[in-house]
Ligand binder design. Structure first.
Ligand code: FES
Length: 128
């Protein structure tokens, strides 16, 4: 059983000015993360939804970036004006704000699904 219904991870990674990758912090993500947390609490989500600051989510060029689990929804280009809508529509109602969705081509590759065959993850037998 999960402690929280969902987690929202907001990248606040900062890189040196001039770094070609850029960073979300230089686009205001620290204020956005703080505003999301306050808005979620104000909406009564404390203890239900957790808004976490995160390091680089590997979507730097499209930042400020965030991901919400277990919805597996990636947002990009978030601004302070999007905060209340994200909280209400996504964190409360579980809807996706389509205009903020990170294009699939920019999203980090998904992890391989968990193996369903226990034999595939069993360590090799040392005696053979
Ligand atoms: S710096 Fe934010 S996703 Fe990489």
């Amino acid at each position: 059983m999960s402690r929280f219904r969902c987690h929202m991870f907001v990248c606040i990674n900062r890189r040196d000015e001039g770094n070609p990758k850029g960073c979300c912090a230089s686009k205001g993500s620290e204020a956005i993360a703080a505003a999301l947390k306050v808005a979620a609490y104000d909406r009564g989500l404390k203890g239900i939804v957790r808004v976490n600051k995160a390091g680089c989510l590997d979507a730097c060029g499209a930042g400020p970036a965030a991901v919400i689990y277990p919805l597996n929804v990636w947002y990009r280009g978030i601004t302070l004006t999007d905060v209340d809508e994200i909280v209400e529509r996504t964190l409360v109602q579980g809807e996706i704000v389509e205009r903020l969705v990170l294009p699939t081509a920019l999203a980090p590759a998904p992890m391989n699904p968990a193996p369903t065959d226990p034999e595939s993850v069993r360590p090799p037998d040392a005696s053979s």
